[in-house]
Design a protein around this ligand. Structure first.
Ligand code: ARG
Length: 711
């Protein structure tokens, strides 16, 4: 009887575990304590030590932090790294020339000697992570809130110095739970990284901006690099004598295939989430900040698109930056739409109501939400100042160039003035590389007019008055001013600026119209608004810390996970389709048939290469086809990821690679603030598509032969 009850309880427990949401970006060293039983019940076959171990090799040794913004995974014992195409994009583009256009044509190294070194790139591998909360907290006793950031920096320095002393490692301390916990991470960083392979961007970026953030997807979003080390196996500067890195672990690759409901986990470096955001922050984002970012980026994107549509060379030149502006332009449109649709604000208000009830009479917590309200009340009237500075003023190309002389015009001595000139001389080509005066003039006109219309008059930069004097209406005045800038400013063309740098003088800078504008806008922010922004941020950080602490006390049996902060995390769940809206069902997998359906030779974003179409027509899919003969392209899982997870391995219950995470889906674009169980999905490229492209499309058998393929 007793045993039967036990069995029953176990059954209920396991099934409830299986049904629960798969929300959470968990810290690997805590998986054993908090998540392991649930992961096992869902289909994990590995031990906790196989996921994360400090003394023996484990999955973590195959996960690399890729160039600071992405994740990659090691898939051979020769240091072969797989990541997304959009993570390798800048490297691939900068290794391309019109004569040797690997961005458009693709590239497959047929031997180590053909690989292309890319100076400046790096990857880091986590050696260990430690809870240093007590060490940090004990030194924060009695430190005033305003001194806290500086004190933290000093503590971090001491802890990281201590951690890497006598080694070639690097270390970082990361704040967790908004400052309620601290963890130390020790890394080994490699800087000799070489490009091994990439499909053409018509595959690696197939679907471009229209398909970005959207399922169903048909993008072969991967590229491959190799880590090189010195002969001793340790990190070394680039040298032709360096050798492929021998990793402690590399991921086997499974082409056995996946089905709905299969266990799947994603291991990587998620960048930033804000899951403990206050309702005030959500309201401000959806009503004001997000729409402003979108409108300001709209202006830039339209002006650039005109340039790109007119010339193939200019399209190649601008496409990298254009894609990154467009990526978050679309992100903020989606976030706003989904915050509203999923009533995220209302949900937060309800959570906060519960917190308020609980916090009554608890001194430390009782004041949290009222203080947050006060901080927002004070901040909201000028909340757009920062957005207009970064996305507005500095969205105008000439502003950035003119601002490079700020240090010169305001220099206190010749030495520092000379330094600024030397810097400008060094960077002048980069300044003008993506500068198109006519497009920039259009951008300036529209951004200044938007600023004039939307920023309260008493908050506007003093130089606005000078601009407005130039015409009868604000629009006419702004247009005249803009025309004058691009006709007269010494920053409006590279030759003029170069001539100036050869014989610099502060006077001509001070009277330059572009410079006068940027200086006035910048100083208006610096002197009048930055102090308030800092004060607001400090207040919200302090209350956020107390809020998370309170939530933990209020829910003592719940396991919390910290917001993403570019530190190593693991999220687990399963392969799963979804229903985006009434009567519509999305399958969990796409195939090459969809590429052919979307193919359009007149649209560069959907123009699949002929060679791929030929392989499709010949049905030459080899061992990579589905049982129904189709070739898989992408699939979705319900894993909890965000930007920074790009390139992360999707791993099955046996620890084998089944895909690479590369995007989120439209219906859950509010995911960085709230994880929505019903809609949140991770979009992955299927490893079988990756192998097909290397093998059949690229004919790089040498690369395939390096991997350990499980059939
Ligand atoms: N949305 C993807 C991410 O943020 C990037 C996709 C890049 N592709 C593009 N069309 N911009 O990870």
């Amino acid at each position: 009887m007793k045993n039967r009850i036990k069995a029953l309880v176990a059954l209920v427990l396991i099934s409830s575990l299986q049904l629960k949401a798969d929300e959470g970006m968990w810290m690997p060293l805590l998986l054993k304590k908090y998540n392991y039983e649930k992961m096992k019940a869902m289909g994990l076959k590995l031990t906790p030590e196989q996921l994360y171990d400090v003394n023996n090799s484990s999955l973590k040794d195959a996960i690399v932090w890729f160039n600071g913004g992405c994740t990659g995974e090691i898939i051979s014992d020769q240091g072969l790294v797989l990541t997304n195409h959009h993570c390798g994009y800048d490297a691939i583009a900068s290794l391309s020339t019109p004569q040797d256009n690997i961005l458009d044509n693709g590239f497959w190294a047929k031997s180590f000697a053909e690989e292309r070194p890319k100076p400046g790139m790096w990857v880091s591998i986590v050696q260990r992570m430690d809870d240093v909360t007590d060490k940090v907290m004990s030194q924060l006793q009695g430190v005033a809130e305003k001194d806290r950031p500086a004190k933290l920096q000093a503590i971090y320095k001491q802890l990281t110095d201590e951690a890497v002393k006598g080694t070639h490692y690097e270390a970082q301390v990361r704040e967790m739970f908004k400052g309620n916990a601290y963890y130390l991470f020790v890394f080994e960083k490699f800087t000799d990284i070489r490009l091994v392979g990439t499909p053409p961007q018509s595959i690696g970026k197939f679907g471009g901006d229209p398909d970005n953030w959207v399922w169903p997807r048909h993008t072969g979003d991967f590229s491959m690099f190799r880590i090189y080390a010195g002969k001793d196996g340790k990190p070394a500067k680039y040298s032709a004598d360096n050798v492929p890195y021998k990793p402690k672990h590399s991921l086997p690759v499974s082409i056995k295939g996946i089905k709905d409901g299969d266990y799947a986990m994603v291991y990587g470096f998620p960048g930033r989430t804000n899951r403990y955001e206050f309702s005030n922050g959500i309201q401000l984002a959806q009503d004001k900040v997000n729409p402003t970012i979108v409108a300001l980026r709209d202006i830039r994107l339209k002006a650039w698109k005109e340039v790109m549509d007119k010339s193939e060379a200019d399209r190649l030149l601008l496409s990298g930056t254009y894609a990154s502006i467009a990526n978050y332009w679309k992100y903020f449109i989606g976030q706003t739409e989904q915050l509203k649709r999923l009533k995220v604000y209302e949900g937060k208000v309800a959570d906060e109501k519960k917190f308020t009830d609980w916090a009554k009479g608890k001194g430390e917590f009782e004041t949290v939400l009222p203080n947050v309200q006060k901080a927002y009340d004070a901040y909201i009237p000028f909340a757009l100042q920062r957005t207009y500075l970064s996305e507005g003023l500095f969205g105008i190309g000439i502003s950035g160039i003119a601002f490079s002389m700020y240090g010169y015009e305001t220099a206190k001595d010749t030495a520092s003035a000379n330094k600024v000139i030397a810097m400008a001389n060094q960077n002048i080509d980069a300044f003008y590389e993506e500068f198109f005066a006519a497009a920039d003039e259009k951008i300036m006109r529209q951004i200044l007019l938007m600023y004039y219309n939307n920023i309260p008059k008493e908050q506007q930069a003093p130089y606005m008055a000078t601009i407005l004097k130039k015409g009868k209406t604000p629009e006419e005045a702004i247009n005249k001013f803009a025309a004058e800038v691009y006709a007269k400013s010494l920053f409006a063309n590279k030759e003029k600026f170069k001539a100036f740098l050869a014989k610099p003088n502060a006077k001509s800078i001070a009277k330059d119209p572009a410079y006068a504008m940027v200086k006035s806008f910048y100083e208006n922010y610096l002197n009048n608004y930055k102090p308030k922004v800092d004060e607001f941020n400090a207040a919200v950080a302090k209350e956020g810390r107390a809020y998370v602490k309170g939530l933990m006390e209020m829910n003592p049996t719940k396991t919390f996970y910290p917001d993403a902060n570019s530190s190593l995390r693991l999220t687990y769940g399963s392969v799963q389709g979804y229903e985006p809206k009434d009567a519509v069902k999305y399958d969990y997998i796409t195939t090459l048939d969809g590429v052919v359906e979307k193919h359009n030779p007149k649209d560069f974003e959907f123009n699949a290469p002929q060679r791929l179409l030929d392989l499709y027509n010949a049905k030459n899919f080899g061992q990579y086809a589905l049982p129904n003969g189709k070739l898989p392209v992408a699939f979705i899982t319900n894993n909890d990821i965000t930007g920074g997870n790009s390139g992360s391995p999707v791993i099955n219950g046996e620890g084998q690679l089944i895909g690479l995470a590369f995007d989120g889906n439209w219906e859950a674009m509010s995911g960085d603030i709230v994880f929505d169980e019903k809609y949140k999905r991770t979009i992955n490229v299927d490893i079988r598509y990756v192998l097909f492209l290397i093998d059949k499309y690229g004919q790089a058998e040498n690369i395939i032969n390096e991997m350990k393929i499980v059939r």
